[in-house]
Write a protein that binds this ligand. Structure first.
Ligand code: ADP
Ligand code: MG
Length: 323
């Protein structure tokens, strides 16, 4: 199987879901993307490298899902509707079973979001995936990291810390009750991008981002962009992991949440006056929302216990490829 046969067989599908935004798809030198009038393109690119972002023996179907999911999560954080994506793929060999499973996972999620594969590149080399997603958002309405104001409440979607828990269990650094591991592992390997929530939060959230590297580090980016600080409630944070293993005490759960990573939930701020609208957006999108604290004028991040004592957060470092 040559390069072009591989592309034709696994990535150039004949029965794609109709997508008016893709004026020209795979097969020419360029694809042509046509956003609707009055819309801005929202663009994001994420690379996944074997040994760094996933294990060499990862289930290829889950990898296909996750490669697109982490990109759709960026569109969700911007309040953008997914339109299309490109796939640059470096493969050590043309393994047909691997490619078929990878394409299955990739296209199942793509079809669920009406997001069309419109082009890419395929080369031989170490396993490496680079996707670029294109979405659209009404001009001026994208959710940014910079709009938060002191007094705004801080919210997160879904549950946090379970992906990190699964990673530590798979690496043999932590033991988890065997019956609880599959659900945590799903969170690590098959994250759910919160696209519907991002769309529902347009005009409601003052600032938003997705959580990929861990709450402490990710939130700092939002605080810098919004030029303010934040106070978080430690007891609320400790309840965010879904995994209820008796061996996980509150400080451990807090650590998994603050220093976690791979959560792909949304973190956003909104005025307290918008509380009803926020909760309605969560129900419309079918995802639980938790208020974890608020933005403050004083810079820096404070995580406080029920007595109002600030806990040291310096040990909760987020993931950094070059740290
Ligand atoms: P070029 O030589 O112009 O770079 P290629 O020969 O690499 O183009 O690719 C031929 C066509 O197949 C192009 O339309 C390209 O976008 C598409 N393509 C290549 N690899 C992939 C892939 N992994 N997924 C989707 N489309 C791909
Ligand atoms: Mg060309």
């Amino acid at each position: 199987m040559g390069e072009f046969e591989l592309i034709r067989r696994y990535f150039q599908r004949e029965h794609t879901v109709p997508n008016p935004a893709v004026a020209l798809g795979i097969g020419d030198d360029c694809a042509l993307l046509q956003p609707a009038p009055g819309m801005q393109l929202a663009i994001s690119c994420d690379m996944l490298v074997e040994g760094r972002h996933f294990f060499a023996d990862v289930d290829p179907e889950a990898l296909g899902h996750k490669a697109l999911a982490v990109n759709l999560s960026d569109l969700a954080a911007s309040g953008a509707r997914p339109l299309a994506f490109t796939l640059a793929l470096s493969l050590p060999r043309a393994d047909e079973a691997w490619l078929a499973a990878f394409a299955r996972g990739l296209f199942a999620l793509a079809d669920a979001h009406g997001c069309t594969l419109m082009g890419g590149d395929t080369t031989r080399g170490p396993l490496n995936l680079c996707l670029t997603v294109f979405g659209e958002v009404p001009t001026g309405q994208a959710l940014l990291r910079s709009g938060g104001r002191p007094g705004d409440e801080l919210w997160v979607s879904g549950t946090l810390g379970d992906a990190r828990l699964a990673l530590e269990a798979l690496q043999g650094r932590r033991t988890v009750a065997p019956e609880l591991l599959p659900a945590a592992r799903q969170r690590l390997e098959r994250p759910t991008p919160r696209v519907a929530l991002g769309l529902a939060l347009r005009g409601i959230a003052t600032a938003a981002m997705d959580l990929s590297d861990g709450l402490v580090g990710d939130l700092r980016h939002l605080l810098q962009a919004s030029r303010c600080g934040a106070r978080l409630d430690a007891a609320t944070l400790a309840e965010l992991p879904a995994t209820r293993d008796a061996a996980l005490d509150a400080p451990t759960r807090l650590g998994l949440v603050l220093g976690g990573g791979d959560d792909y939930e949304l973190l956003f701020s909104a005025s307290p006056a918008q509380r009803t609208a926020v909760l309605a957006a969560g129900s419309a999108a079918g995802v639980a929302l938790t208020c974890i604290g608020q933005l403050e004028a004083e810079s820096g991040l404070r995580v406080v216990d029920r007595q109002g004592q600030a806990l040291a957060t310096s040990r909760y470092t987020s993931f950094d490829h070059f740290a």
